[in-house]
Design a protein around this ligand. Structure first.
Ligand SMILES: NC(=O)c1ccc[n+]([C@@H]2O[C@H](COP(=O)([O-])OP(=O)(O)OC[C@H]3O[C@@H](n4cnc5c(N)ncnc54)[C@H](OP(=O)(O)O)[C@@H]3O)[C@@H](O)[C@H]2O)c1
Length: 236
C-alpha cells in the first residue's frame, strides 16, 4: 500500500486531498499545526477507508522541526511514495504593511517547509511524486498579497527546478488553485469574487481532486503547474 504525507491535511483543501488519497488506497501521514480536533476527526474518517493513518503536529515557523517530521513519518511508515505540500499561511498585506515576523513566518511555512521536506524526500526515499499546492497569483502581480505571493512564486520555481534535476526518480508538479474556498468560510466572498473570473464561477475542491488524479496517473507529466482557476491567472 503506498503512503502519502499531506501537510496541512486537517482542514479544507488539504483535508479533501487526504480523504481522496485514502479512497485511492494510500496510507496517510497527516500533518497539522493548530487544528488538533479536526486532525483527529479527519484521521478517523480516513481510517474508514481501511488504510493506516497517523497524525503529526508540527509548527513550520520552527523550521528546525521540519526534517524531524520526515524522519518520524519514515520511521512509522518505512517509506513514502507521495508528498503533498499544502500547508500555507495566507496573509493579505502589501509590502509596506508586512512586518519582519510576518515575512519570516510566511517564508518558513510556504517555502522553507516544502523545500526541506522535498530535500529529505530526495535524500532518504528518492522515488515517487511530489505535488506542491501553489496559487494562481504566481502569474499575476497582486501587491496586496506580497509575502504570500513571493513565497508561492519561489515554490513554483522550486517545483520546476527539482522536476528538472530529479525527474528520473521523482516527478515534481504543482497545482495552482484560483477561487476555490473562501478564506473566511463565507459563501458571500465566493459570490462576490466570481464575476471577476473569466468563467464567472468559482471552483470547488472536486476541481482540485480531478487535477490531483491527473498528476497521479500521468507518469510522463513532470515539472507541470496545473492552473485550476477558471482562467483568472491569464488576466494579466
Ligand atoms: N482556498 C483557496 O481557494 C486557495 C486558493 C489558492 C491557493 N490555495 C492554496 O491551497 C492550499 C490550501 O489552502 P486552504 O485555503 O485549503 O487552507 P488554509 O485555510 O489556508 O489552511 C492552511 C493550512 O496550513 C496549515 N498551517 C498554517 N500555519 C501553519 C504553521 N505555522 N505550521 C504548519 N502548518 C500551518 C494549517 O494547519 P492547521 O489548521 O492545523 O494550523 C492549514 O492546514 C494552500 O497552500 C493555499 O495557499 C488555496
Amino acid at each position: 500500500m503506498p503512503t502519502a504525507l499531506v501537510t496541512g491535511g486537517a482542514v479544507r483543501i488539504g483535508r479533501s486531498i487526504a480523504l481522496h488519497l485514502a479512497e485511492r488506497g494510500y496510507n496517510i501521514a497527516l500533518h497539522y499545526w493548530s487544528s488538533k480536533e479536526s486532525a483527529e476527526q479527519t484521521a478517523e474518517e480516513l481510517r474508514k477507508f481501511n488504510i493506516q493513518c497517523k497524525i503529526y503536529c508540527v509548527d513550520f515557523t520552527n523550521f528546525g522541526s521540519i526534517s524531524l517530521l520526515m524522519n518520524q513519518v519514515l520511521e512509522d511508515f518505512n517509506s513514502i511514495d507521495l508528498l503533498i505540500n499544502s500547508a500555507a499561511n495566507f496573509i493579505q498585506k502589501n509590502i509596506e504593511k508586512t512586518s519582519d515576523l510576518e515575512l519570516l513566518d510566511t517564508i518558513n511555512i510556504n517555502l522553507m517547509a516544502p523545500f526541506i521536506l522535498m530535500r529529505e524526500f530526495k535524500n532518504k526515499v528518492n522515488k515517487g511524486l511530489i505535488i506542491n499546492i501553489l496559487d494562481e497569483r504566481i502569474l499575476r502581480r497582486v501587491s496586496t498579497f506580497s509575502a504570500y505571493s513571493i513565497s508561492k512564486s519561489a515554490l513554483a520555481h522550486l517545483t520546476e527546478l527539482s522536476a528538472v534535476s530529479w525527474g528520473e526518480t521523482i516527478r515534481v508538479n504543482g497545482i495552482a488553485p484560483g477561487l476555490i474556498l473562501s478564506p473566511s468560510g463565507s459563501s458571500d466572498y465566493l459570490k462576490k469574487r466570481a464575476p471577476n473570473i473569466p468563467t464567472k464561477t468559482h471552483g470547488s475542491t472536486s476541481d482540485i481532486l480531478r487535477g490531483l488524479d491527473y498528476l497521479l496517473d500521468s507518469s510522463f507529466v513532470n515539472g507541470e503547474i496545473l492552473f485550476i482557476d477558471g482562467g483568472e491567472s491569464k488576466k494579466r
